[in-house]
Design a protein around this ligand. Structure first.
Ligand SMILES: Cc1cc2nc3c(=O)[nH]c(=O)nc-3n(C[C@H](O)[C@H](O)[C@H](O)COP(=O)(O)OP(=O)(O)OC[C@H]3O[C@@H](n4cnc5c(N)ncnc54)[C@H](O)[C@@H]3O)c2cc1C
Length: 364
């Protein structure tokens, strides 16, 4: 008899949401290397829900998560996790092409000035995406963990997995603290460390690459910004959104290859963010209040990976969530749970084709 039915490596949004889906049916353990779950990518996101982000196959998972995020089941959360603010996709020239399923409409200079007062003249047009919203990431992650525990799931923090061995029909997972846990199924929800965990378990890495992204909180000499739409450039060189009355969260949209690590911002990327921001609006910058960075981890085709490994028995991938892991988490967890439990997909996932996200797509 093994200690558990499933061991999930990683307590970020991916591990927590999948755990919450399966804990009622399988004895499940989440092992998290850090002292707290959510310390890495999950705790560092820009926290928005943007259906057009990531292309049509990511948009399907985002859209399928929308109603759960806005109106979750009452026993999951008494309130929704979204706060709508809309997104202005700015351009100097051509309007961007977005997945056709996403509701957007073009706006001209006058409306642009109303939505983003002080926008500089070279930004002539934009596409407006009304459905863009903030996500309360901490609350969402907390509710997944609470549901997981409520259904009998166990969480061990400060529990880095340093070795995993398949013996017969079960895995033995060895922790840095000297203990070991066993289960027939091992889930790789290790974020930036997904390939390292795969190698540890004897599986072929899928070339999931961590890429650093920088965020800056600026205080500016302009007020009334809290409800500002998300503003991004159609050429993917920056985005910012109002945070408090006179602060914004800003990113230079950087994507810098990195080893898996506790990512920190580089001065040059903070400077680049500010330079790009100053090309967009005429708001004086008063202070850099905060700066941080996190790793967004992408498979080679930039789609997430859900499913059992094709060669190593009992090794399940839940990785490569890139820059969309929060907004897709409810639907992605349902998809991953159905695949792991070998059940039919729920009706809310009728547009989803599991093969699109399977690790087997990399077999040839
Ligand atoms: C700056 C930034 C902005 C973003 N903005 C958005 C956004 O607006 N909307 C959105 O949807 N997404 C956004 N994302 C992406 C989103 O944050 C990620 O896709 C998501 O958090 C990934 O979750 P995860 O659980 O896979 O990874 P993580 O949260 O990194 O969790 C993986 C966990 O695995 C643990 N782990 C690794 N190896 C081991 C081991 N050997 N033993 C035990 N534990 C281990 C790690 O400690 C870590 O806690 C953003 C990301 C960044 C960095």
């Amino acid at each position: 008899m093994t200690d558990f039915d499933v061991i999930i490596i990683g307590g970020g949004i991916a591990g927590a949401s999948l755990g919450a889906e399966i804990a009622g049916k399988r004895r499940t353990l989440i092992v998290e290397a850090e002292d707290q779950c959510g310390y890495h990518a999950t705790g560092r996101s820009a926290a928005f829900y943007l259906e057009s982000y990531g292309g049509p196959e990511v948009a399907k998972l985002t859209r399928a998560s929308g109603s759960f995020l806005s109106e979750p089941p009452a026993d999951f959360s008494e309130r929704g996790f979204l706060r709508v603010r809309g997104d202005v996709h700015l351009t100097r020239d051509e309007l961007p092409e977005l997945p056709p399923s996403v509701e957007v409409y073009p706006i001209e200079r006058k409306e642009l000035e109303r939505l983003v007062p002080g926008v500089k003249p070279q930004w002539r047009r934009a596409l407006f995406e009304p459905g863009c919203a903030d996500i309360d990431v901490a609350a969402l992650h907390g509710c997944f963990l609470r549901r997981f525990r409520h259904l009998g799931g166990r969480i061990e923090t400060a529990a880095e997995v340093i070795r995993a061995e398949r013996m017969g029909d079960s895995w033995t997972v060895f922790l840095a603290n000297g203990s070991a846990r066993t289960a027939p199924v091992l889930v790789n929800a290790a974020g930036a460390w997904a390939d390292r965990v795969a190698v540890m378990a004897g599986a072929k890495p899928l070339r999931i690459s961590p890429k650093r992204r920088t965020m800056v909180q600026l205080r500016v000499g302009r007020s009334g910004l809290k409800d500002l739409p998300l503003v991004d450039s159609a050429d993917g060189s920056f985005y910012f959104k109002g945070e408090a009355d006179n602060t914004v969260w800003l990113s230079p949209h950087d994507e810098i290859d990195s080893e898996p690590c506790d990512a920190a911002p580089e001065e040059v990327d903070v400077a680049l963010a500010i330079q790009r921001f100053q090309e967009v609006v005429n708001w004086p910058i008063e202070a850099v209040e905060r700066r941080w960075a996190g790793l967004r981890s992408f498979a080679p085709d930039r789609l997430p990976v859900y499913g059992f490994d094709s060669a190593v028995p009992g090794f399940f991938w839940c990785a490569g969530q890139g820059g969309f892991g929060i907004q897709t988490s409810p639907a992605a967890a349902m998809l991953a749970a159905a695949l792991l439990l070998e059940e039919d997909l729920p009706p809310s996932l009728e547009t989803i084709e599991p093969a699109t996200y399977s690790p087997r797509r990399f077999d040839h």
